[in-house]
Write a protein that binds this ligand. Structure first.
Ligand SMILES: [Zn+2]
Length: 91
């Protein structure tokens, strides 16, 4: 990924130093920002469901953040409970 981005940078640099007014580098840059924000959003939704900031002094009682083993343990127990039919609303 880094090599591909730096290759794009080299192309942008050539364009900028040539004095070109083309706008594709800006669109290119926005696409990269969007790509990384998608990755951050995915991480936040899946690995930080409570929206912790990282400044908490102890692991969360709900999700276990920031200790992955606690989070995994919580998720495993939730899956087991769901399989047993607990916490599932009955219609
Ligand atoms: Zn939490």
């Amino acid at each position: 990924m880094k090599d591909r981005i730096m290759k794009r940078w080299d192309e942008w640099e050539k364009l900028f130093t040539s004095g070109s007014k083309e706008d594709w580098p800006r669109k290119d840059f926005e696409m990269m920002i969007d790509y990384f924000y998608e990755k951050i959003d995915f991480y936040e939704k899946n690995y930080n469901p409570c929206g912790h900031t990282g400044f908490e002094s102890k692991p969360c009682d709900i999700c276990g953040y920031p200790i992955p083993s606690i989070l995994i343990g919580k998720l495993k127990s939730q899956i087991a409970e769901l399989k047993e039919g607990k916490n599932v609303s009955k219609v």
